[in-house]
Ligand binder design. Structure first.
Ligand code: PLP
Length: 292
């Protein structure tokens, strides 16, 4: 129940439907965002709203999809959906997709639609993941900056690799996948950026082969405020094996410790002190307990 914002209108949840000939369903070209609203003393607050909207438009630009709304309208749609559904906290999903106006690969006769849905989604991985850390497995699928939808776009096509990676990880007894780039360097998780900590310094892959994560960027600021140095560099998978700590960042995953990669225990095999500290500050920030 509740409402979904679809092409400028609040539509009852069950009526927000598309036709079976929806173009994006057939060819997979679409762009989306994953956004969160947190419960704060002043009601629900959407964390980094403008950044998510900006990235949605950048993704659309890469995919040559023209979103028929302004950024202000897209921001407002997200605020309205949370309010209309009276959600204290929420996961939001804006998505631009091609409708059923045309088939075939020629984009000129296609119309771009925009939907914003929101629902309560408290724990993305598991309730224990944030505290105990997760087991990760390196994927046989890679993250590409040159083909599929290119990694700077949060585009539907990229999630085929993410889903195949995750499924491979889960069937191998792990909780999440780590994707490498075509050269074998660490890229990112199926839906998260990765960080490692070694001798008090925090490292993360540069943006060549991973999504420009909004949580990743937030972490840079938080870490700097705490006096940690964050370096962007190419990371190999064995550097993760011998790290003191490792963690994923993402809107859904928040800051999730990694306790094991490919059967190698990382550090003490549990959430490390740097991860724990950054996590605590992150939660204070998103819940409005410290100024943004
Ligand atoms: N990498 C991928 C492939 C993702 O899908 C996401 C999730 O949005 C991230 C990284 C993390 O990005 P953000 O922190 O903006 O949610």
């Amino acid at each position: 129940d509740g409402f979904i914002w679809l092409d400028g209108e609040m539509v009852p949840w069950r009526e927000a439907r598309v036709h079976v000939l929806t173009h994006t369903l057939h060819y997979g070209m679409g762009v989306f965002e994953g956004v969160r609203a947190y419960e704060t003393a002043d009601g629900p607050a959407i964390f980094r709203l403008q950044e998510h909207t900006d990235r949605l438009f950048r993704s659309a630009h890469i995919m040559q999809m023209k979103i028929p709304f302004t950024k202000e309208q897209v921001n407002q749609a997200q605020v309205d959906v949370v309010r209309e559904n009276k959600l204290p906290h929420a996961y939001l999903r804006p998505m631009a997709f091609y409708g059923s106006e045309g088939m075939g690969l020629r984009a000129s006769n296609l119309q771009v639609h925009l939907v914003v849905a929101a629902w309560e989604w408290p724990a993305y991985m598991s309730p224990e993941a944030l505290e105990l850390g997760i087991k990760v497995r390196t994927s046989s699928y890679t993250r590409h900056h040159v083909n599929i939808a290119m990694c700077k776009a949060k585009a539907n096509g990229n999630y085929i690799n993410s889903m195949l990676s995750l499924s491979e990880a889960l069937s191998g007894g792990a909780d999440e996948a780590l994707l490498l780039d075509p050269e074998g360097y660490v890229a990112e998780g199926s839906g998260e950026n990765i960080f490692i900590v070694r001798d008090g310094v925090i490292y993360t892959p540069d943006l060549t082969s991973c999504l420009d994560g909004i949580t990743r960027k937030t972490l840079f600021t938080l870490a700097a405020d705490q006096g940690y140095e964050v370096r962007e560099k190419r990371i190999t998978r064995d550097e993760v094996y011998i790290a003191d700590e490792a963690f994923f960042t993402g809107t859904a995953a928040e800051i999730t410790p990694i306790r094991e990669l490919d059967g190698r225990i990382i550090g003490e095999g549990r959430r490390g002190p740097v991860t724990e500290k950054l996590q605590a500050i992150y939660f204070d920030l998103v819940r409005g307990k410290v100024p943004q």
